[in-house]
Design a protein. Structure first.
Length: 421
Protein backbone atom coordinates (compact mmCIF):
# COMPACT_ATOMS: atom_id res chain seq x y z
CA UNK A 1 0.00 0.00 0.00
CA UNK A 2 2.77 2.40 0.93
CA UNK A 3 4.54 1.99 -2.41
CA UNK A 4 1.26 2.34 -4.32
CA UNK A 5 0.36 5.49 -2.43
CA UNK A 6 3.82 6.97 -2.98
CA UNK A 7 3.52 6.29 -6.70
CA UNK A 8 0.03 7.78 -6.77
CA UNK A 9 1.18 11.00 -5.09
CA UNK A 10 4.21 11.21 -7.39
CA UNK A 11 1.92 10.82 -10.41
CA UNK A 12 -0.40 13.53 -9.15
CA UNK A 13 2.56 15.85 -8.59
CA UNK A 14 3.74 15.40 -12.17
CA UNK A 15 0.17 15.94 -13.39
CA UNK A 16 -0.16 19.13 -11.34
CA UNK A 17 3.00 20.48 -12.94
CA UNK A 18 1.45 19.87 -16.36
CA UNK A 19 -1.96 21.38 -15.54
CA UNK A 20 -0.26 24.45 -14.09
CA UNK A 21 1.16 25.19 -17.55
CA UNK A 22 -2.06 24.75 -19.51
CA UNK A 23 -3.61 27.84 -21.07
CA UNK A 24 -7.17 28.89 -20.38
CA UNK A 25 -8.17 27.72 -23.86
CA UNK A 26 -6.63 24.29 -23.27
CA UNK A 27 -8.32 23.83 -19.91
CA UNK A 28 -11.68 24.91 -21.27
CA UNK A 29 -11.33 22.55 -24.24
CA UNK A 30 -10.53 19.66 -21.92
CA UNK A 31 -13.56 20.46 -19.76
CA UNK A 32 -15.75 20.57 -22.87
CA UNK A 33 -14.52 17.08 -23.77
CA UNK A 34 -15.32 15.94 -20.22
CA UNK A 35 -18.87 17.26 -20.64
CA UNK A 36 -19.22 15.25 -23.86
CA UNK A 37 -17.96 12.12 -22.13
CA UNK A 38 -20.27 12.55 -19.14
CA UNK A 39 -23.25 12.96 -21.45
CA UNK A 40 -22.19 9.91 -23.44
CA UNK A 41 -21.98 7.88 -20.22
CA UNK A 42 -25.11 9.33 -18.59
CA UNK A 43 -27.10 6.08 -18.61
CA UNK A 44 -24.23 4.14 -17.05
CA UNK A 45 -23.77 6.84 -14.38
CA UNK A 46 -27.46 6.90 -13.46
CA UNK A 47 -27.59 3.10 -13.40
CA UNK A 48 -24.58 2.92 -11.06
CA UNK A 49 -26.14 5.58 -8.86
CA UNK A 50 -29.41 3.65 -8.67
CA UNK A 51 -27.44 0.68 -7.36
CA UNK A 52 -25.77 2.87 -4.72
CA UNK A 53 -29.16 4.22 -3.65
CA UNK A 54 -30.66 0.72 -3.43
CA UNK A 55 -27.71 -0.47 -1.35
CA UNK A 56 -28.08 2.49 1.03
CA UNK A 57 -31.82 1.97 1.43
CA UNK A 58 -31.23 -1.70 2.25
CA UNK A 59 -28.96 -0.54 5.08
CA UNK A 60 -31.68 1.71 6.49
CA UNK A 61 -30.12 5.05 5.53
CA UNK A 62 -32.54 7.96 6.12
CA UNK A 63 -34.34 9.44 3.12
CA UNK A 64 -32.79 12.85 3.85
CA UNK A 65 -29.34 11.33 3.33
CA UNK A 66 -30.55 9.26 0.37
CA UNK A 67 -31.53 12.55 -1.26
CA UNK A 68 -27.90 13.69 -1.04
CA UNK A 69 -26.74 10.49 -2.73
CA UNK A 70 -29.34 10.15 -5.46
CA UNK A 71 -28.95 11.45 -9.00
CA UNK A 72 -31.74 11.94 -11.53
CA UNK A 73 -32.06 13.61 -14.91
CA UNK A 74 -32.43 17.06 -13.35
CA UNK A 75 -29.44 16.70 -11.04
CA UNK A 76 -27.33 15.26 -13.83
CA UNK A 77 -28.14 18.26 -16.01
CA UNK A 78 -27.22 20.61 -13.16
CA UNK A 79 -23.79 18.93 -13.04
CA UNK A 80 -23.33 19.55 -16.76
CA UNK A 81 -24.54 23.14 -16.40
CA UNK A 82 -22.09 23.74 -13.55
CA UNK A 83 -19.14 22.74 -15.72
CA UNK A 84 -20.44 25.14 -18.36
CA UNK A 85 -20.34 28.00 -15.87
CA UNK A 86 -16.81 27.05 -14.81
CA UNK A 87 -15.70 27.03 -18.44
CA UNK A 88 -17.15 30.52 -18.90
CA UNK A 89 -15.30 31.95 -15.93
CA UNK A 90 -12.07 33.90 -16.25
CA UNK A 91 -9.01 31.73 -15.67
CA UNK A 92 -7.58 32.83 -12.31
CA UNK A 93 -4.04 31.57 -12.99
CA UNK A 94 -1.61 34.38 -13.79
CA UNK A 95 -3.98 37.05 -12.48
CA UNK A 96 -2.00 39.97 -11.06
CA UNK A 97 -3.43 40.54 -7.61
CA UNK A 98 -1.19 43.52 -6.90
CA UNK A 99 1.87 45.23 -8.32
CA UNK A 100 4.12 48.08 -7.33
CA UNK A 101 7.59 49.54 -7.74
CA UNK A 102 9.82 50.08 -4.73
CA UNK A 103 12.28 53.01 -4.37
CA UNK A 104 15.33 51.03 -5.57
CA UNK A 105 13.61 50.44 -8.91
CA UNK A 106 12.60 46.78 -8.48
CA UNK A 107 9.16 45.85 -9.79
CA UNK A 108 7.10 43.53 -7.55
CA UNK A 109 4.04 41.66 -8.76
CA UNK A 110 1.81 39.33 -6.76
CA UNK A 111 0.23 36.75 -9.10
CA UNK A 112 -2.20 33.90 -8.64
CA UNK A 113 -0.89 30.31 -9.03
CA UNK A 114 -2.33 26.81 -8.43
CA UNK A 115 -2.04 25.11 -5.05
CA UNK A 116 -0.70 21.93 -6.69
CA UNK A 117 -1.98 18.56 -5.49
CA UNK A 118 -5.35 18.77 -3.75
CA UNK A 119 -7.21 16.01 -1.90
CA UNK A 120 -10.90 16.09 -1.02
CA UNK A 121 -12.49 13.63 1.41
CA UNK A 122 -16.26 13.69 1.10
CA UNK A 123 -19.47 11.82 1.75
CA UNK A 124 -22.35 10.70 -0.44
CA UNK A 125 -22.89 13.33 -3.12
CA UNK A 126 -21.64 12.14 -6.53
CA UNK A 127 -21.97 15.66 -7.92
CA UNK A 128 -19.04 16.64 -5.71
CA UNK A 129 -16.87 14.26 -7.76
CA UNK A 130 -17.48 16.29 -10.90
CA UNK A 131 -17.55 19.70 -9.22
CA UNK A 132 -14.26 19.16 -7.38
CA UNK A 133 -12.52 17.86 -10.49
CA UNK A 134 -13.74 20.70 -12.72
CA UNK A 135 -12.77 23.41 -10.22
CA UNK A 136 -9.38 21.82 -9.64
CA UNK A 137 -8.65 21.46 -13.35
CA UNK A 138 -9.73 24.99 -14.25
CA UNK A 139 -7.46 26.33 -11.49
CA UNK A 140 -4.50 24.26 -12.72
CA UNK A 141 -4.41 21.61 -9.98
CA UNK A 142 -4.39 17.82 -9.79
CA UNK A 143 -6.94 16.26 -7.43
CA UNK A 144 -7.23 13.10 -5.35
CA UNK A 145 -10.86 12.17 -4.72
CA UNK A 146 -11.74 10.12 -1.66
CA UNK A 147 -15.50 9.60 -1.72
CA UNK A 148 -17.56 7.40 0.56
CA UNK A 149 -18.25 3.71 0.02
CA UNK A 150 -21.96 4.53 -0.30
CA UNK A 151 -21.28 6.34 -3.59
CA UNK A 152 -18.44 4.15 -4.88
CA UNK A 153 -20.28 2.72 -7.89
CA UNK A 154 -21.42 6.19 -8.98
CA UNK A 155 -18.03 7.80 -8.44
CA UNK A 156 -16.16 5.04 -10.26
CA UNK A 157 -18.24 5.42 -13.43
CA UNK A 158 -18.07 9.22 -13.22
CA UNK A 159 -14.26 9.32 -12.86
CA UNK A 160 -13.89 6.82 -15.69
CA UNK A 161 -15.96 9.14 -17.90
CA UNK A 162 -13.91 12.17 -16.80
CA UNK A 163 -10.65 10.47 -17.70
CA UNK A 164 -12.06 9.39 -21.06
CA UNK A 165 -12.95 13.01 -21.75
CA UNK A 166 -9.48 14.20 -20.78
CA UNK A 167 -7.93 11.55 -23.01
CA UNK A 168 -10.05 12.75 -25.91
CA UNK A 169 -8.74 16.30 -25.38
CA UNK A 170 -5.25 15.36 -26.54
CA UNK A 171 -2.48 17.61 -25.24
CA UNK A 172 -5.00 19.69 -23.31
CA UNK A 173 -6.12 16.68 -21.30
CA UNK A 174 -3.97 15.55 -18.38
CA UNK A 175 -5.67 12.26 -17.50
CA UNK A 176 -3.53 11.68 -14.40
CA UNK A 177 -4.76 14.95 -12.89
CA UNK A 178 -7.70 13.13 -11.30
CA UNK A 179 -7.68 9.92 -9.27
CA UNK A 180 -10.39 8.19 -7.23
CA UNK A 181 -9.41 6.31 -4.07
CA UNK A 182 -11.09 3.01 -3.29
CA UNK A 183 -12.34 3.67 0.27
CA UNK A 184 -11.08 1.19 2.85
CA UNK A 185 -13.23 0.02 5.75
CA UNK A 186 -10.50 0.80 8.30
CA UNK A 187 -9.99 4.29 6.83
CA UNK A 188 -6.27 3.61 6.46
CA UNK A 189 -6.41 5.40 3.11
CA UNK A 190 -7.70 8.53 4.85
CA UNK A 191 -4.86 8.32 7.36
CA UNK A 192 -2.31 8.17 4.53
CA UNK A 193 -3.81 11.24 2.88
CA UNK A 194 -3.83 13.24 6.12
CA UNK A 195 -0.17 12.52 6.79
CA UNK A 196 1.15 12.97 3.23
CA UNK A 197 3.52 15.80 4.05
CA UNK A 198 5.24 17.14 0.96
CA UNK A 199 3.10 14.95 -1.30
CA UNK A 200 -0.34 16.54 -1.01
CA UNK A 201 -0.53 20.32 -0.68
CA UNK A 202 -3.95 20.69 0.91
CA UNK A 203 -6.92 18.54 1.96
CA UNK A 204 -10.58 19.52 2.10
CA UNK A 205 -13.11 17.56 4.18
CA UNK A 206 -16.72 17.78 3.03
CA UNK A 207 -19.39 15.97 4.99
CA UNK A 208 -20.70 15.53 8.51
CA UNK A 209 -19.22 16.79 11.75
CA UNK A 210 -17.44 13.50 12.52
CA UNK A 211 -15.59 13.48 9.18
CA UNK A 212 -14.59 17.13 9.47
CA UNK A 213 -13.38 16.75 13.06
CA UNK A 214 -11.32 13.70 12.12
CA UNK A 215 -9.58 15.58 9.32
CA UNK A 216 -8.99 18.75 11.33
CA UNK A 217 -7.68 16.88 14.38
CA UNK A 218 -5.45 14.36 12.57
CA UNK A 219 -4.18 16.10 9.45
CA UNK A 220 -0.49 16.93 9.27
CA UNK A 221 -0.97 18.66 5.93
CA UNK A 222 -2.80 21.99 5.47
CA UNK A 223 -6.61 21.82 5.72
CA UNK A 224 -9.27 24.06 4.24
CA UNK A 225 -12.02 23.34 6.73
CA UNK A 226 -15.53 23.08 5.41
CA UNK A 227 -18.15 23.03 8.11
CA UNK A 228 -21.15 21.16 9.26
CA UNK A 229 -24.14 23.47 9.19
CA UNK A 230 -25.84 24.37 12.44
CA UNK A 231 -27.69 27.29 10.88
CA UNK A 232 -30.18 29.57 12.66
CA UNK A 233 -33.14 31.70 11.62
CA UNK A 234 -34.01 34.61 13.91
CA UNK A 235 -37.47 36.19 13.62
CA UNK A 236 -37.20 39.73 14.99
CA UNK A 237 -40.28 41.57 16.27
CA UNK A 238 -40.54 43.94 13.27
CA UNK A 239 -40.50 41.07 10.74
CA UNK A 240 -43.18 40.37 8.16
CA UNK A 241 -44.34 37.14 9.78
CA UNK A 242 -45.73 35.63 6.59
CA UNK A 243 -42.36 36.15 4.92
CA UNK A 244 -40.62 34.67 7.96
CA UNK A 245 -42.80 31.54 7.84
CA UNK A 246 -42.12 31.15 4.11
CA UNK A 247 -38.36 31.47 4.63
CA UNK A 248 -38.43 29.02 7.54
CA UNK A 249 -40.29 26.42 5.46
CA UNK A 250 -37.85 26.76 2.57
CA UNK A 251 -34.73 26.79 4.74
CA UNK A 252 -35.79 23.65 6.62
CA UNK A 253 -37.85 21.59 4.20
CA UNK A 254 -36.44 22.01 0.69
CA UNK A 255 -33.36 19.87 1.44
CA UNK A 256 -33.16 19.10 5.16
CA UNK A 257 -30.02 17.00 4.66
CA UNK A 258 -28.06 19.94 3.22
CA UNK A 259 -25.53 21.81 5.36
CA UNK A 260 -27.25 25.13 4.61
CA UNK A 261 -30.64 24.02 6.00
CA UNK A 262 -31.63 25.68 9.27
CA UNK A 263 -31.52 23.61 12.46
CA UNK A 264 -32.85 26.17 14.97
CA UNK A 265 -35.43 28.96 14.84
CA UNK A 266 -35.17 31.78 17.36
CA UNK A 267 -38.25 33.96 17.81
CA UNK A 268 -38.52 37.25 19.68
CA UNK A 269 -41.12 36.87 22.43
CA UNK A 270 -43.11 39.90 21.25
CA UNK A 271 -44.26 38.04 18.12
CA UNK A 272 -44.04 34.39 19.24
CA UNK A 273 -47.80 33.90 19.73
CA UNK A 274 -48.49 35.22 16.23
CA UNK A 275 -45.56 33.66 14.40
CA UNK A 276 -45.27 30.12 15.75
CA UNK A 277 -48.73 29.00 14.54
CA UNK A 278 -47.92 30.43 11.10
CA UNK A 279 -44.66 28.47 11.01
CA UNK A 280 -46.39 25.29 12.19
CA UNK A 281 -48.96 25.69 9.42
CA UNK A 282 -46.19 26.17 6.84
CA UNK A 283 -44.51 22.97 8.03
CA UNK A 284 -47.84 21.06 7.86
CA UNK A 285 -46.65 18.62 10.55
CA UNK A 286 -43.88 17.38 8.25
CA UNK A 287 -41.22 18.73 10.58
CA UNK A 288 -40.74 17.57 14.15
CA UNK A 289 -40.41 20.66 16.34
CA UNK A 290 -38.31 20.42 19.48
CA UNK A 291 -39.44 23.45 21.42
CA UNK A 292 -38.28 25.10 24.63
CA UNK A 293 -40.93 25.39 27.36
CA UNK A 294 -42.26 28.78 26.28
CA UNK A 295 -42.61 27.92 22.61
CA UNK A 296 -43.96 24.46 23.48
CA UNK A 297 -46.84 26.10 25.33
CA UNK A 298 -47.74 28.11 22.23
CA UNK A 299 -47.28 25.27 19.74
CA UNK A 300 -49.07 22.46 21.60
CA UNK A 301 -52.49 23.43 20.23
CA UNK A 302 -51.41 23.90 16.60
CA UNK A 303 -48.65 21.32 16.03
CA UNK A 304 -48.99 17.55 16.24
CA UNK A 305 -45.35 16.75 15.61
CA UNK A 306 -43.99 18.37 18.77
CA UNK A 307 -41.78 17.51 21.72
CA UNK A 308 -39.95 19.45 24.39
CA UNK A 309 -36.38 20.35 23.52
CA UNK A 310 -33.34 19.32 25.51
CA UNK A 311 -30.16 21.35 25.83
CA UNK A 312 -28.52 18.97 23.32
CA UNK A 313 -31.04 19.94 20.62
CA UNK A 314 -29.56 23.44 20.38
CA UNK A 315 -26.31 23.48 18.43
CA UNK A 316 -27.08 20.07 16.89
CA UNK A 317 -27.08 19.35 13.15
CA UNK A 318 -30.18 17.18 12.59
CA UNK A 319 -29.86 16.85 8.78
CA UNK A 320 -33.49 15.75 8.81
CA UNK A 321 -37.05 17.03 9.17
CA UNK A 322 -36.33 18.13 12.73
CA UNK A 323 -36.03 21.69 14.04
CA UNK A 324 -35.26 23.22 17.43
CA UNK A 325 -37.29 26.27 18.51
CA UNK A 326 -36.44 28.83 21.18
CA UNK A 327 -37.79 32.21 22.30
CA UNK A 328 -35.47 35.14 22.97
CA UNK A 329 -36.08 38.59 24.42
CA UNK A 330 -34.05 40.67 21.97
CA UNK A 331 -31.85 40.72 18.89
CA UNK A 332 -28.85 41.00 21.17
CA UNK A 333 -29.79 37.77 22.94
CA UNK A 334 -30.32 36.06 19.58
CA UNK A 335 -26.89 37.16 18.34
CA UNK A 336 -25.19 35.93 21.51
CA UNK A 337 -27.04 32.60 21.34
CA UNK A 338 -26.14 32.08 17.67
CA UNK A 339 -22.47 32.85 18.23
CA UNK A 340 -22.42 30.37 21.10
CA UNK A 341 -24.16 27.52 19.23
CA UNK A 342 -23.43 27.83 15.50
CA UNK A 343 -20.77 26.29 13.29
CA UNK A 344 -20.05 29.61 11.52
CA UNK A 345 -21.79 28.50 8.34
CA UNK A 346 -24.96 30.47 7.47
CA UNK A 347 -27.28 32.57 9.64
CA UNK A 348 -30.40 34.58 8.90
CA UNK A 349 -32.50 37.36 10.42
CA UNK A 350 -35.99 38.27 9.25
CA UNK A 351 -36.64 41.90 10.14
CA UNK A 352 -37.91 45.21 8.82
CA UNK A 353 -35.57 47.21 11.05
CA UNK A 354 -32.54 48.17 8.97
CA UNK A 355 -30.33 49.10 11.91
CA UNK A 356 -30.96 45.76 13.61
CA UNK A 357 -30.31 43.96 10.32
CA UNK A 358 -26.94 45.64 9.90
CA UNK A 359 -26.01 45.02 13.53
CA UNK A 360 -26.89 41.35 13.06
CA UNK A 361 -24.73 41.08 9.94
CA UNK A 362 -21.84 42.84 11.64
CA UNK A 363 -21.82 40.86 14.88
CA UNK A 364 -22.86 37.34 13.87
CA UNK A 365 -19.77 35.20 13.29
CA UNK A 366 -20.51 33.14 10.18
CA UNK A 367 -19.34 32.76 6.61
CA UNK A 368 -22.70 33.91 5.24
CA UNK A 369 -25.18 36.18 7.05
CA UNK A 370 -28.60 36.77 5.45
CA UNK A 371 -31.27 39.39 5.91
CA UNK A 372 -34.77 38.36 4.79
CA UNK A 373 -33.61 35.45 2.61
CA UNK A 374 -33.25 31.69 3.00
CA UNK A 375 -29.94 30.19 4.08
CA UNK A 376 -30.43 27.66 1.28
CA UNK A 377 -28.71 30.15 -1.05
CA UNK A 378 -25.31 29.39 0.48
CA UNK A 379 -24.10 27.43 -2.50
CA UNK A 380 -21.43 27.93 -5.14
CA UNK A 381 -23.92 27.58 -7.96
CA UNK A 382 -26.28 30.12 -6.43
CA UNK A 383 -23.40 32.53 -5.84
CA UNK A 384 -22.46 32.32 -9.53
CA UNK A 385 -19.40 30.08 -9.13
CA UNK A 386 -20.93 27.24 -11.16
CA UNK A 387 -19.95 24.72 -8.53
CA UNK A 388 -18.23 24.61 -5.17
CA UNK A 389 -15.68 22.57 -3.29
CA UNK A 390 -17.68 23.13 -0.13
CA UNK A 391 -18.56 25.90 2.29
CA UNK A 392 -15.47 27.01 4.17
CA UNK A 393 -16.24 27.94 7.78
CA UNK A 394 -12.66 28.82 8.65
CA UNK A 395 -11.19 32.31 8.50
CA UNK A 396 -7.91 31.73 6.66
CA UNK A 397 -7.43 31.73 2.86
CA UNK A 398 -11.05 31.02 1.88
CA UNK A 399 -14.43 31.48 3.57
CA UNK A 400 -17.94 30.67 2.40
CA UNK A 401 -18.70 28.88 -0.90
CA UNK A 402 -15.39 27.97 -2.55
CA UNK A 403 -14.99 28.37 -6.30
CA UNK A 404 -11.91 28.25 -8.52
CA UNK A 405 -9.96 30.93 -6.65
CA UNK A 406 -10.14 28.89 -3.43
CA UNK A 407 -7.72 26.40 -5.03
CA UNK A 408 -5.13 29.04 -5.78
CA UNK A 409 -2.46 30.83 -3.82
CA UNK A 410 -0.14 33.65 -4.81
CA UNK A 411 3.55 34.16 -5.31
CA UNK A 412 5.62 37.29 -5.72
CA UNK A 413 7.52 37.91 -8.95
CA UNK A 414 10.31 40.46 -8.60
CA UNK A 415 12.11 42.05 -11.55
CA UNK A 416 15.28 44.04 -11.07
CA UNK A 417 18.29 45.29 -13.03
CA UNK A 418 21.18 44.40 -10.75
CA UNK A 419 20.00 45.72 -7.39
CA UNK A 420 21.81 44.40 -4.28
CA UNK A 421 21.10 44.97 -0.61
Amino acid sequence: MADEFEELCAGLRVASQKTALLTALQKNYALEKVVESLQKNKDAILEANAQDVADSRSRGVSEALIERLALDEKKFQSIIDAIGVIISQTDPIGEEVAGWKIPNGMQIRQVRVPLGVVAIIYESRPNVTVDAFALAYKSGNAILLRGSSSALKSNSVIVKAIREGLSAAGEAGVTDAVFLCQPKADHSDVDRILTALGKIDVVLPRGGARLIQNVVQNAKIPVIETGSGVCHLFVEKSADLDVAAKIAANAKMQRPGACNAIETVLVQRDVASAFLPLMAKAFADKVELRADKESFAILKDCCKNLREATDEDFGFEFLDFTLAVKLVSSANEAIEFINAHNTKHSECIVTNDRSIARDFQTRVDAACVYVNASTRFTDGGQFGFGAELGISTQKLHARGPMGIKALTTTKFLIDGDGQIR
